[in-house]
Write a protein that binds this ligand. Structure first.
Ligand code: SAM
Ligand code: SF4
Length: 333
């Protein structure tokens, strides 16, 4: 194992964008059936072939040497890995990694979050598409809103000072809930990120029916006195808004807006070890072959660096092209 992070120049692409942030999918398996993602449930997955802890350690060691400081574990549902806390502990030991975040659907979070935090998780994004239990069940296929909300409370009690909540904005499903979400965050340090529904290979009809522009929410927020916050260097893609009457904040993720890709600072690796230069890339670059031994470190670093040359300026979602992405569970949203 490479115990020290060599002072390599950080990753940069042809546009001069740098990459301090890696999203790593640790499984493509999911137990929910979100109507915009896996409406039929998870029929096809490679859970048992996902990267092992040793492969993950080598991967993160190489990315950290190239300047990655923040890692987010995602999926599928990352907490379905039996060795989830072992993965967390391993990544936390990699020199150079300052922040380890995760994205979860909140399944059994009320019982499990203490263990995630004890292993070293620094930040949690929880998906809550509706605050109405019935709508939550219809969207996700699970009557678990109460469990997820209890999990969020438990995470605060366990010492997290802030939590991000992801809600995919969908016409006809949750577009009347802005006030309910705002009331919730008035006294809770929750950052709600309203995510514009994205078109993927398998949700085209759903997308046509339910997509709503984040600009609608942006207009409402501005009318009510919300103001834009300054962006942090390792921040995600959200435009953040705050208001003096609210403890929480609102983030808007608008992949269809013209400038969305300008600030792109993240790379993705799938649970099978494919480096994805964009959420909507046509295909990935296989790194798994270079994760088999610590001796491959030099070749791994060189491969990642040269891959960045091929990163596009932006995606082509606006033209209806979602690349090879069938659903976001497959690649890690
Ligand atoms: N299963 C975990 C969860 O749901 O939080 C992590 C993986 S999920 C793919 C990550 C995020 O992507 C979730 O917040 C989910 O709502 C979002 N997502 C999935 N499909 C999407 C789509 N088509 N458009 C926008 N967001 C999507
Ligand atoms: Fe599973 Fe997350 Fe997709 Fe919902 S959004 S089906 S929880 S991967």
């Amino acid at each position: 194992m490479h115990s020290s992070v060599s002072a390599l120049p950080g990753l940069q692409d042809a546009q001069g964008r740098s990459y301090p942030y890696l999203r790593l999918s640790i499984t493509d398996l999911c137990n929910f059936r979100c109507n915009y993602c896996l409406p039929e449930g998870c029929l096809d997955h490679h859970h048992h072939e996902a990267l092992t802890i040793d492969e993950i350690r080598r991967l993160i060691t190489a990315f950290a040497a190239l300047g990655v400081q923040k890692v987010r574990l995602t999926g599928g549902e990352p907490t379905l890995r039996q060795d989830f806390t072992g993965i967390v502990r391993t990544i936390k030991q990699v020199p150079g990694i300052r922040k380890l975040a995760m994205t979860t659907n909140g399944y059994k979070m009320d019982q499990r979050v203490d263990g995630w935090l004890a292993a070293g998780i620094d930040a949690i994004n929880v998906s809550v598409d509706s605050l109405d239990p019935r709508a939550f069940e219809l969207i996700t296929g699970h009557n678990r809103l109460r469990e997820v909300m209890a999990g969020i409370e438990r995470a605060f009690a366990g010492g997290l000072s802030a939590i991000k909540v992801n809600a995919v904005a969908m016409k006809g499903w949750n577009d009347t809930e802005l006030d309910a979400f705002l009331t919730w965050i008035q006294h809770h340090p929750v950052s709600i990120r309203f995510i514009e529904l994205m078109q993927t290979g398998t949700n085209q009809a759903f997308f046509q029916q339910h997509h709503v522009s984040g600009k609608t929410i942006q207009t409402l927020l501005l009318e009510r006195g919300w103001v834009r916050k300054v962006r942090q260097v390792d921040a995600g893609p959200a435009l953040e808004y705050c208001h003096s009457d609210y403890v929480g904040t609102v983030g808007l993720i608008m992949p269809y807006s013209r400038d969305f890709c300008n600030d792109c600072n993240r790379l993705r690796v799938t649970s099978l070890g494919q480096l994805q230069l964009c959420l909507f890339a046509e295909s990935g670059i296989d790194l798994r072959g270079l994760l088999q031994s610590d001796d491959q470190y030099g070749e791994l670093v060189a491969t990642i660096r040269s891959a960045l040359v091929h990163k596009e300026d932006g995606h082509f979602l606006g033209q209806g092209w979602a690349g090879g992405t069938q659903n976001l569970a497959q690649i890690g949203g």
